[in-house]
Design a protein around this ligand. Structure first.
Ligand SMILES: [Fe+2]
Ligand SMILES: [Fe+2]
Length: 381
């Protein structure tokens, strides 16, 4: 097929590849001023903002999926069947959004939530797209192409929502300009597996809460969360299978320490970030502390499919140190904002407190878990 004569897709929701989705989103904005401010927020690189990753693509290309072939083929075929094609697009369920009537502080937090979600979705897209581009292993490139397609649709849909508020994250610009952090492939597996599964747990928890309390749904995008999180669930399944191709990844002593590190880092980062958006959670009628623990509980339950331990989130040291970490991160932000010598001192002592709280969390004894031979799970929440 000649790519030049193909009719371009009109919306990212129908795109078969990530590139088509990005082009469709860009076309929607031609002639419109792009929001520099939103892109600027998305460009930020701090410990708490979503990052873009790069890795050793050759090593990933060399993965042999034969040990998990049967489950692999089932998963790939389900992704190829593309049940969510066309889903990530506004329809009559969307209605009108009263951006101007929204309380300004809530509006600011919600926009921050959308921008950071869009950046996170797009960060997955960029990494997966690059793996597809660099690889030659059919199994691997096929999987990454399918995942990149989904993430581009997700990012595009969030951009649709932001566009209504006069804001847009410039995806093409981000790809070129944002800094990339290098992670070894095994760290990509741990971090990405977890972020896909925690993404599922986050979206489904909000979705179920709003199903019971529809009057709290202050924006229509939440209606799309169920299909959305099912995509993330499948992506997580793919990484569970990748982790299963090499037993050392989850069974060696050193790697167990790494897994515990990533669990602690991902959970505590989520806690701190969510506590920075109190009005957003209040508007949804969600107690942010309950929400955090609930998401950890679901993620831990799911991650038993492949990780040999779960964190003890009911341990007496758990919550107090998450709160310490949150207070420390506020102190770091204050120090940064103040600047000068005193600002630097505030910032450095905040960082020391955060590191101390992290060590206190990391050293809580984990709960051992006997991993099943086959990881397959279906979204059950
Ligand atoms: Fe996604
Ligand atoms: Fe995903």
């Amino acid at each position: 097929m000649n790519a030049h004569t193909k009719t371009p897709v009109t919306h990212s929701a129908y795109a078969a590849t990530a590139d088509e989705a990005i082009a469709a989103q860009d076309a929607l904005d031609s002639g419109m001023i792009t929001s520099e401010q939103a892109t600027e927020v998305a460009m930020q690189n701090t410990l708490l903002t979503p990052r873009f990753y790069t890795t050793d693509f050759d090593e990933m290309d060399a993965i042999d999926v034969s040990p998990v072939r049967e489950d692999w083929d089932v998963l790939i075929n389900a992704m190829k069947a593309d049940p969510n094609k066309g889903h990530f697009k506004k329809n009559e369920d969307w209605g009108t959004v009263d951006w101007d009537g929204m309380e300004p502080k809530l509006r600011a937090e919600f926009i921050d939530f959308l921008i950071s979600s869009c950046t996170a979705e797009f960060s997955g897209c960029v990494l997966y797209k690059e793996m597809k581009r660099r690889g030659s292993n059919k199994d691997i490139t096929e999987l990454f192409q399918l995942m990149a397609r989904d993430e581009a649709r997700h990012a595009g849909f969030i951009n649709d929502a932001l566009r209504e508020a006069g804001i847009r994250v410039n995806l093409g610009f981000l790809t070129q300009q944002k800094k990339y952090t290098y992670f070894r492939p095994k760290f990509i597996y741990y971090a990405t597996y977890l972020s896909e599964k925690i993404g599922y747990a986050r979206y489904i928890t909000i979705y179920r809460h709003l199903e019971e309390n529809p009057e709290m749904r202050f924006h229509p995008i939440f209606k799309w969360f169920r299909e959305w999180c099912n995509d993330e669930f499948s992506h997580g399944e793919a990484f569970a299978l990748l982790l299963k191709t090499d037993p050392k990844l989850t069974e060696s002593f050193a790697n167990k320490l790494w897994i515990k590190f990533f669990l602690t880092a991902v959970y505590s980062t989520m806690w701190v970030r969510d506590h920075q958006r109190p009005l957003f959670h209040e508007a949804l009628g969600v107690d942010v502390t309950w929400y955090g623990q609930e998401v950890f509980r679901k993620t831990s339950e799911i991650s038993k499919q492949v990780f040999p331990m779960t964190l003890d989130i009911d341990h007496p040291r758990w919550r107090p140190n998450l709160d310490r970490m949150e207070a420390a991160s506020r102190q770091v932000a204050e120090g940064k904002a103040r600047g000068g010598v005193r600002g630097t001192l505030t910032r450095v002592s905040g960082m020391a407190k955060a590191a101390y709280a992290f060590v206190a969390l990391y050293t809580i004894p984990a709960k051992k878990n006997a991993v099943p031979v086959r990881p397959h799970l279906a979204p059950a929440y």
